[in-house]
Write a protein that binds this ligand. Structure first.
Ligand SMILES: [Zn+2]
Length: 504
């Protein structure tokens, strides 16, 4: 999530058609080659979902151990006009959730998916046709087919309404999907310059192939930027879509899985020894680009093949960047005498590729264990110390080890001149700077802060402020007397963050 910050800084660089906000990247559902035979294992039945459902918001699955430290996927439904249709849409939600588990890189990590569904009613059913007012459908998020004259390109237009609904229920969302309740085939993975991203798909009942799940999985890969690697691109050519794609500024076409230059820009050089990897023509929608393999889920959705090694590496590393498997972290002890056991709990993937290391003052002192005892009488009290627990995903499919994301929990052991320690866990996703502090603290988070509070050691709230969806906040603390305080975000819907800090 930290990697998302630069995207929030993007400025409006181009205006396309009559969009309220112009597009940063477009990625389009693949062609439907007519020669494919319909072999569908995810067909939908008529009728409503068998279980109970809730409107307008329902939690489909939730990781109890990690809570909102998991990967929070929100699906909105556009173009439903009654509760029966919401029930029907929920069958498609269930189908997608089941289909996601069959994707190789997600199967062992599926426990990290939190899945939510928002279904608010539209005035009219389905999606409109065209962006130039060809037809009008008064649906909630403005979903329309035939954007830019490409029939299967469906886009939501009312981003503000869509993200207001998402923010109302799941402010900590990591990924937003838009299921448009329309039977035509279509999809898009669409990013705005302001960083808001939505992957859209449809019921796809008219083709008879029921590819809604596959389109959704293909499109969600399009809106997963990671570590400056850009978005996974399309690994096919399409003369109809190329004129649209060609309007994008070159700097946004940083897709790791296609290249126009096999001599100087061999993006997947580190994967060349993987089976089937080379340089193959017909990629990136417009002619002249190359793709890593002959087939990939970014190439076709019908009878969806596995993601190629390059796409799998990218999406695995991206996914790792958006959840935190470490929970129940020991607090720092109040005094630094005797023995103290620091411990963490880790929600490991079903194929466990996690490596544990404990580092005292940046020297590895233990591995493979989730607890570590410190005898403070043996520590040098002439200085402070740092203890770290580093959990790293060493999944071999992340071939470039630089893309591995470590989850680091660290404890500052202020043994030198204070009996108060400061715990800074989740330090990759949340920071309080100027700690210990005197006049102000600066908090920065990848999650919406919502309501922030400061509590003194007696448990009294000494500061409280609503900050909306702010990701950072400067707080004047000059009115606080010396001592230990606890900073907390206390909105039940947001990521719960609790941090101690010291005013001196
Ligand atoms: Zn690929």
């Amino acid at each position: 999530m930290q990697k998302m910050f630069p995207h929030r800084l993007f400025i409006l660089l181009m205006v396309v058609s009559n969009f309220q906000v112009s597009a940063q990247t477009i990625c389009i559902s693949p062609l439907l080659p007519p020669y494919f035979l319909p072999i569908d294992t995810n067909a939908m039945l008529d009728g409503t979902r068998s279980g109970s459902y809730k409107i307008p918001f329902d939690t489909i699955r939730f990781n109890q151990a990690l809570g909102t430290q998991a990967f929070d996927v929100v699906m909105v439904v556009d173009g439903v006009i009654n509760n029966t249709q919401i029930g029907l849409a929920d069958r498609y939600v269930d189908s997608l959730v089941a289909r996601l588990q069959t994707i190789a890189q997600y199967n062992p990590r599926f426990k990290y998916f939190n899945f939510y569904r928002i279904a608010k009613l539209s005035n009219e059913e389905g999606a409109a046709w065209g962006y130039m007012g060809d037809t009008t459908v008064d649906n909630r998020y403005g979903s329309r087919f035939n954007a830019f004259g490409l029939p299967r390109l469906i886009l939501p237009e009312k981003y503000d309404t869509l993200f207001a609904d998402v923010g109302e229920f799941v402010p900590q969302h990591d990924l937003v999907l838009n299921l448009c309740f329309d039977k035509k085939y279509g999809g898009s993975g669409w990013s705005l310059y302001d960083g808001r991203k939505v992957a859209s798909f449809t019921l796809d009942e008219q083709t008879g192939w029921h590819l809604g799940d596959e389109v959704a999985i293909h499109e969600m890969q399009h809106i997963m930027p990671f570590a400056g690697h850009g978005f996974l691109g399309d690994e096919y050519e399409d003369t109809l879509a190329c004129p649209i794609y060609d309007t994008l500024p070159l700097q946004y076409l940083t897709s790791p899985n296609f290249t126009g230059d096999t001599l100087n820009n061999r993006k997947w050089e580190h994967c060349m020894s993987e089976p089937g990897v080379g340089f193959f023509p017909n990629a990136g929608i417009c002619p002249g680009n190359y793709r890593p393999t002959t087939n990939c889920a970014m190439h076709q959705v019908y009878d969806m093949p596995p993601f190629c090694p390059i796409c799998r590496e990218h999406s695995t590393a991206y996914f790792d960047s958006l959840f935190n498997p470490v929970y129940n972290v020991s607090p720092t002890p109040a005094v630094f005498t005797g023995n103290y056991t620091f411990s963490v709990q880790v929600d490991t993937p079903s194929v466990n590729t996690f490596r544990y290391q404990w580092l005292l003052d940046d020297t590895i002192v233990a591995s493979t264990t989730d607890s570590f005892s410190v005898d403070f009488s043996l520590l040098n009290h002439g200085t402070n110390h740092t203890l770290k627990f580093v959990c790293t995903d060493v999944d071999p499919h992340i071939i470039d080890t630089n893309l591995r994301r470590p989850w680091i929990t660290h404890w500052n052991l202020l043994t030198q001149d204070s009996t108060v320690g400061v715990t800074t866990s989740e330090n990759e996703v949340f920071e309080i700077s100027l700690n210990p502090a005197k006049t102000e603290i600066f908090v920065q988070s990848v999650f919406a802060l919502q309501t922030i509070s400061i509590v003194n050691i007696l448990g009294q709230i000494v500061y409280k402020k609503e900050v909306g969806l702010a990701l950072s906040q400067k707080i004047d603390i000059s009115f606080l007397s010396k001592g230990l305080y606890i900073f907390t975000t206390d909105s039940p819907a947001s990521k719960k963050i609790v941090r101690k800090f010291l005013v001196f």
